[in-house]
Design a protein around this ligand. Structure first.
Ligand code: AMO
Length: 442
């Protein structure tokens, strides 16, 4: 790998990679070669532009010179030569004197995207866009983040599940639901693993987690919505309230960010110009109604008093929390029952408020969590209150009819977390292959 070259001693080496740049000078040729780990400068000192009968290596040198001068950007080549350390070489302090260069796969001469191409055009050519070191880093960070979360779950003895993405009913609301033909009938793409992670509680699994796709037929073109995204879900039994869920959530976030900072902090700073901050626990917790009062006192009124925070409200409360507590994270808690799903448990002393929360990171919602209602009679009543027909939900309600422990959990959008962690302007940059209302390819 190219990143290992600097640590090697001078001598014969062989490397492969994509041609990033060619400088074809009269007496010397330079090629910058990149693989997924870094870049290195190759040098052809034996440039020969026309046959030289006096030189016994004339044919070889002439062919090599021609090959290099015709190299197109993005071609994949294998090179062998002499590695030399040279402090004056800015790129890693080493260069390779080319002895042999083989073009393994030639790229068409005009690369369809450039550094400054617009987002949609880059998405059309995502495989080329992903060759950029920044993009490569996004998915290395994702791997490290998820791995750290997984370690926490495994240490806590949680079970990993894979829930079905084809369902017979909606899993969140009837809005934003993709319907697909299913033999002679209809199926729906899962909007979240909500019902099944609760089923795992009825099954006696206790702590569980899933990292998998979620689908939302959301027609919006915002920077934080996709029609398919990766949802990080966890659920656990025997909780006293949503506070237990928040504590698990904090532990996971701190573990994920600690691992990312340790492994990629420097690269993130260099390529994205942002610092990864590991938050201290507990994260600030503010009831939603109080958060609305705070932003109102600071001059911003959330458009609808009976609704969720709007994006501007989220930004403002995050700025307030940042200033007051120095935290990138804030839990907004105790959402009004009218804006929460029927399965959220309500407070004993105030049936209008749910035992739920949203987690805001750098000014944007990344997650929703709650204690769930496990008492079947209350759950049925709450479903009816929301205009739902309990008969349609029977398969779900059955989970509660044979002994269901108190439980709760959360769902968190992976692509949003990465966008906010890396200071990106859209989840298009932090999704391997983005899906939106007008994008089903590549
Ligand atoms: P909710 O609908 O709030 O909750 O979704 C949880 C998190 O998923 C992410 N998310 C999205 N990301 C990209 N594009 C979208 N269209 C999109 N929709 C949602 C967000 C959001 O905070 N079942 C509950 C969770 C739970 O209570 O366990 C749920 O799905 O980051």
């Amino acid at each position: 790998m190219i990143k290992d070259l600097a640590a090697r001693e001078d001598g014969s080496v062989s490397v492969s990679g994509w041609v990033e740049k060619v400088r074809d000078q009269r007496y010397v040729q330079f090629v910058v070669l990149r693989d997924e780990t870094g870049a290195v400068q190759l040098v052809n000192g034996g440039v020969l532009r026309e046959a030289d009968p006096e030189n016994p290596r004339s044919d070889i040198l002439l062919e090599r010179t021609t090959t290099i001068s015709e190299l197109s950007h993005g071609s994949f080549v294998t090179v062998s030569g002499e590695l030399q350390h040279n402090e004056r070489v800015k790129l890693g302090g080493v260069e390779i004197q080319i002895e042999q260069l083989e073009v393994v796969s030639r790229a068409l001469p005009d690369t369809p995207i450039a550094k400054d191409s617009g987002s949609e055009h880059r998405l059309d050519w995502r495989f080329l866009d992903l060759r950029r070191p920044e993009q490569n880093l996004v998915f290395r960070v994702q791997t490290t983040f998820l791995n750290a979360l997984r370690q926490v779950w495994v240490e806590r003895d949680f079970i990993e599940v894979q829930t079905p993405k084809l369902m017979a009913s909606a899993s969140e609301s009837r809005a934003e639901l993709f319907e697909v033909d299913y033999f002679d009938g209809q199926a729906y793409l899962a909007q979240s693993p909500q019902f099944f992670k609760q089923m795992a509680q009825a099954a006696g699994f206790g702590g569980i987690f899933e990292v998998g796709p979620a689908f939302r037929a959301d027609p919006s073109f915002t920077s934080r919505h996709a029609t398919e995204f990766t949802s990080i879900d966890s659920e656990l039994s025997w909780i006293d309230s949503h506070v237990d869920v928040m504590e698990l959530h904090e532990e996971l976030i701190v573990a994920g960010l600690t691992a990312v900072k340790e492994k990629h902090g420097e690269a993130i700073q260099k390529l994205f110009g942002v610092e990864v901050n590991v938050p201290s626990r507990p994260f600030p917790r503010i009831p939603l109604a109080e958060a609305k009062e705070i932003v109102k006192a600071e001059g911003y009124e959330v458009p609808r008093a009976d609704a969720d925070m709007d994006p501007e409200g989220e930004r403002r409360i995050a700025a307030h929390v940042q200033q007051k507590y120095g935290s990138d994270f804030v839990f907004l808690t105790d959402y009004d029952a009218s804006i929460r799903p029927f399965y959220h448990m309500r407070h004993d002393d105030d049936a209008q408020l749910t035992r739920s929360y949203d987690l805001i990171y750098n000014g944007t919602e990344i997650s929703t969590g709650a204690q769930r209602e496990h008492r079947i009679d209350v759950l049925e009543a709450q479903a009816r209150e929301k205009g739902m027909d309990p008969k349609e939900l029977n398969f779900y309600l059955d989970f509660f009819r044979y002994g269901m422990p108190p439980h709760g959990g959360f769902g968190m959008g992976l692509n949003r977390v990465l966008m906010l962690m890396l200071g990106q302007s859209s989840i298009r940059e932090t999704t391997f292959l983005f899906r939106g209302p007008n994008r089903l390819t590549p």
